[in-house]
Write a protein that binds this ligand. Structure first.
Ligand SMILES: [Zn+2]
Length: 191
């Protein structure tokens, strides 16, 4: 059963948010594969009777554009992103350039970002960065908090949650602890 103190059952893969995240990961991998197939097939077909380059070079071009899908669908980030559990040892706030549409680099603006150093015991501490959306995160996360990070989720789950609000680990907005889904993104909350 979910409760206010203690971590949610996300890790046991029974939590509805876990299913949402797994679906998104699958969509990203499928998207990258489709992008790759589209460019390889299109360039190969285009190169059949196109005089500017040899058919082999056209296919090679297709493969190169296809491989950009790795970056476009951020598969590297996904691969590097490992779940962890630990204790916050420090937090820093910094203003960084940020874009809502990172691939087009439009609407760039300076936005606050928190770097939390999380001691995961024994190994190197982890630097975990997340943008500030709502309440100042120092009013929610504190040094000494036990936290968990789950793959592909940008915010940390706190073990001991406050009485009143809970952060949406999916979008970073706060909701009342009595709610089951986030007010903004409608994703299930980790409680
Ligand atoms: Zn949300």
């Amino acid at each position: 059963m979910d409760n206010k103190t203690g971590f949610s059952r996300y890790a046991e893969k029974q939590h509805p948010l876990c299913r949402v995240v797994q679906r998104r990961i699958v969509m990203r991998i499928l998207g990258a594969l489709l992008w790759f197939a589209f460019w390889v097939i299109s360039c190969t077909l285009w190169g059949q009777d196109n005089p500017y380059m040899s058919p082999f070079n056209w296919t090679l071009l297709g493969v190169l554009i296809g491989l950009l899908g790795w970056k476009l669908f951020r598969l590297g980030d996904l691969l590097r992103d490992k779940p962890f559990e630990g204790t916050i040892t420090s937090m820093k706030l910094k203003y960084v350039w940020h874009s809502d549409t990172p691939w087009l680099h439009t609407r760039m603006q300076k936005a606050p970002q928190v770097t939390a150093i999380v001691d995961v015991g024994g190994e190197e501490p982890i630097k975990f960065r997340f943008p500030v959306k709502d309440i100042h995160p120092k009013d929610y996360y504190a040094v000494g908090d036990r936290v968990r990070h789950y793959r592909a989720l940008p915010y940390l789950e706190k073990e001991n949650k406050p009485e009143d609000v809970v952060i949406c680990v999916y979008c970073g907005k706060f909701s009342y602890i009595t709610e089951d889904t986030c007010e903004v993104c409608k994703k299930p909350l980790l409680k």
